[in-house]
Design a protein around this ligand. Structure first.
Ligand code: HEC
Length: 234
């Protein structure tokens, strides 16, 4: 997207890992999708950050892109595609002693992760990861984090896209040449049909999120309802 070029002006470094699409390998994620819940799921506690619901999709989208920290590439020997490999970079309860936390809070722009221009983590996202580590970096999940009757852009659509899609679909070289960082961009792929088609893997499109679990039925329903109601910026 043209807009992304402006970000490039501020950063001449494209980052260590380039996006290699269609490598044909699966990262081997076997967790439940967000909100899916498996054995041991509980109702969502607003003060707890859950791995399966929040951290896993965030790291998948921001770090485990093809050509970076996916199972096929393991850039620098680091994987961000499932709980066990992620824990090799995490010291439970101790953010400052965790290589993952150091990498995302690094002062030196040459070392920060994700690389400059590849979709920076927001302060809120860094804070979620910090809290999850402080709370013991558990492989936890909760149910009922999604209400299918709530489908405004601000309350449902934007947060879903941010967690599950933006890591790959932002920055100077977004995957599929599709940037999904604001309402206009998201509305455009809703209008041309690609949003629902990629979520469902229909119409010959590769299912999204790429090489990961599909979104939960509830999140897909929210997006469909938002589109049916006119795809407003509400
Ligand atoms: C791990 C990285 C990754 C994540 C996360 C991801 N995508 Fe993608 N996306 C890709 C790649 C790679 C392509 C190009 C794939 C292809 O053409 O087969 C792509 C292509 C697309 C396209 C263009 C399809 C086309 O052929 O025109 C759309 C639309 C899209 N993604 C939407 C989404 C949505 C919506 C989400 C979140 C629910 C998402 N993506 C999450 C990597 C990702």
């Amino acid at each position: 997207m043209k807009k992304a070029l402006f970000i490039l002006l501020g950063s001449l470094s494209i980052g260590a890992c380039t996006h290699i699409n269609d490598d044909g390998t699966l990262p081997g994620i076997d967790d439940n999708g967000g909100g899916g819940g498996g054995g041991g799921s509980t109702d969502c506690d607003p003060n707890t950050v859950y791995f399966v619901n929040t951290i896993q999709p965030l790291l998948q989208s921001s770090c485990a892109q093809p050509g970076c920290h996916d199972a096929a590439t393991m850039e620098d020997g680091v994987g961000m595609y499932d709980y066990n490999v992620i824990m090799e970079q995490v010291s439970a309860g101790n953010p400052g002693g965790s290589d993952l936390w150091e990498a995302i809070t690094e002062d030196n722009p040459e070392n920060i992760m994700p690389p400059v221009g590849e979709g920076t983590l927001s302060p809120e996202e860094i804070s979620l990861i910090t809290t999850w580590i402080q709370q013991g970096a558990q492989n936890n999940s909760c149910t009922s984090d999604c209400d299918q009757n709530v489908f405004t852009f601000a309350a449902a659509i934007q947060p879903t896209i941010q967690t599950y899609c933006q890591g790959c679909h932002s920055g100077t070289n977004p995957d599929g040449q599709v940037s999904l960082t604001n309402y206009t961009q998201i509305k455009a792929i809703a209008d041309d049909g690609r949003l629902m088609q990629t979520l469902l893997g229909s119409g010959g499109y590769t299912q999204m999120p790429y090489q990961s679990n599909p979104l939960s039925d509830c999140r897909i329903q929210q997006i469909q309802s938002w589109i049916d109601a006119g795809g407003l910026n509400n």
